[in-house]
Ligand binder design. Structure first.
Ligand code: KIV
Length: 276
């Protein structure tokens, strides 16, 4: 990884208004999750516009069955690492389950911690109309908010598992109304997760703010994936994720080669030793 030096001019940080302008110009927005400094630096230098310190860390990083055990402290710690390693990407910290739902003031208190203690540039929370007032308070006090509709993993128990949302006329109308309510409350973008592609296209059309799809078809204004699903690390790969690499296989081969060379004495050589 390259070390940024004082001679390298800092790239301009992506701001929330840039995402709206990208939508107006018809330019697609790229977003990936990131949880640590080395991968955040790689994704930032690759030009990914938005890095989400997602509560998907519960599954992807910590091996839990759901996102529910993730704490505010977990997100703060990982967000600090990601912010510190990036120069251009907009870093969004997820508000984890139990840290915002009770009231707008509850959400505000957690949102403030994400910006003040971790340096996040924005927060994301799950839900529609019932969190609109939360979004309004956050945005009116300087905390940009990304919404999240469709399959919302924090409600997995209430939704009856990982299921496509918004199927049927009534559900589609409810989702569209939720999206409009979040936009009206000040959300700068809305994630649509596991939503039929035609509905995602329709919501994208009616909103002025960008939609970011995950399992929501090709017509959203941007796309997001959990980076391990995109890079082929881990055992679970959802149908909507495309694998752009096989990082798991590369790491496994490296570990096997290292083990073999340590056992055979081929590593370390003089090249890797201090001889005086
Ligand atoms: O936590 C997360 O990574 C997310 C994305 C899947 C949108 O919410």
């Amino acid at each position: 990884m390259s070390e940024p030096t004082s001679a390298t001019p800092a790239p301009k940080r992506v701001r929330v208004h840039h995402l709206r302008e990208a939508k107006e110009r018809g330019e697609r927005i790229t977003m990936l999750t990131a949880y640590d400094a080395p991968t955040a630096q790689i994704f930032d230098e690759a030009g990914t516009e938005v890095l989400l310190v997602g509560d998907s860390m519960g599954n992807a990083l910590y091996g839990h069955a759901t996102t529910l055990p993730v704490t505010v402290e977990d997100v703060l710690r990982h967000t600090q690492a990601v912010v510190g390693a990036t120069r251009r990407a907009l870093v969004v910290a997820d508000l984890p389950f139990g840290s915002y739902e009770a009231s707008p003031a509850h959400a505000h208190a957690t949102g403030v911690r994400m910006l003040k203690e971790a340096g996040a540039h924005a927060v994301k929370l799950e839900g529609g109309r019932h969190v609109a007032e939360h979004v309004r308070l956050l945005t009116s006090t300087g905390i940009p908010v990304m919404g999240h509709l469709g399959f919302t993993p924090q409600s997995e128990n209430a939704l009856g598992g990982k299921r496509v949302q918004g199927r049927g006329q009534d559900a589609a109308e409810r989702l569209t109304e939720d999206a409009l309510a979040l936009q009206e409350a000040g959300a700068f973008a809305i994630v649509l997760e596991m939503v039929p592609a035609p509905l995602a296209a329709q919501v994208t059309e009616v909103l002025a703010v960008p939609t970011i799809g995950i399992g929501a078809g090709p017509d959203c204004d941007g796309q997001v994936l959990v980076w391990m699903d995109m890079a082929g690390l881990g055992t679970w790969s959802p149908r909507f994720a495309k694998k752009y690499a096989d990082v798991g296989a590369v790491l496994s081969a490296a570990a096997r080669a290292y083990n073999d060379e340590v056992r055979s004495g081929a590593f370390p050589t003089a090249e890797h030793s201090f001889t005086d």
